[in-house]
Design a binder for this molecule. Structure first.
Ligand code: HEM
Length: 167
């Protein structure tokens, strides 16, 4: 790995904050628990919304109504995941920062969050945007069909980090 990244991880791991986290037994399991609870909240909300986009669930409700119910959970959940993830990184920097699967996970998060944002922006101007025509409904289905596997891949990558050790 890059020597500069190596020494950054060493320095971060030797920092007072990292040492404090490492030496307090309950911190990591607690932070991991919050991370997993946030994953559950984000994933179940995304599942509900994407299934509506695809057109297999809550079809009697408009896309905008389903979005209003579930998408705020995603936007509140992501910062919680970011903070708890950062604490896990500070505790053991090389485990994530020198791991290609972690880089893959971050890339997928940007992609998934971007796709979710793309599905929300048109709803601000036109509440019926995704239901306006057959081609829009097809596009909505495509967005949902792309989004779901990316979110699932993020969960897979999150677990995979533990088994792909690069140092
Ligand atoms: C937003 C920034 C995020 C950061 C910085 C982050 C960081 C991390 C870190 C460092 C770990 C520990 C990996 C290990 O050492 O084994 C982890 C675990 C995990 N993450 Fe994230 N994560 C983020 C977002 C997400 C998101 C959006 C999801 C899925 C929706 C997710 C799902 C998971 C899962 C399933 C695990 C494994 C938990 C376990 O088995 O203990 N993460 N994450």
């Amino acid at each position: 790995m890059l020597p500069s990244l190596d020494s950054f991880c060493d320095r971060l791991s030797a920092s007072a904050l990292s040492q404090a986290i490492q030496s307090t037994e309950w911190v990591i399991p607690t932070v991991q628990t919050v991370h997993i609870l946030a994953v559950a909240a984000v994933m179940s909300s995304i599942l509900m919304f994407d299934l509506r986009l695809i057109g297999v669930r809550s079809r009697r409700e408009s896309v905008v109504a389903v979005a209003a119910r579930f998408i705020p959970v995603v936007w509140y959940g992501l910062p919680i995941l970011l903070v708890t993830g950062a604490i896990l990184i500070i505790a053991e920097p090389a485990r994530a920062l020198q791991n290609p699967v972690f880089i893959l996970k971050m890339t997928l998060i940007l992609l998934a969050a971007g796709l979710t944002l793309v599905s929300q922006i048109p709803l601000r101007r036109d509440r019926g945007f995704w239901e306006a025509s057959i081609s829009r409904r097809r596009l909505a289905r495509l967005v949902g069909c792309l989004s779901l596997p990316i979110w699932v891949a993020i969960v897979f990558a999150g677990r995979w980090i533990a088994y792909m050790r690069s140092h």
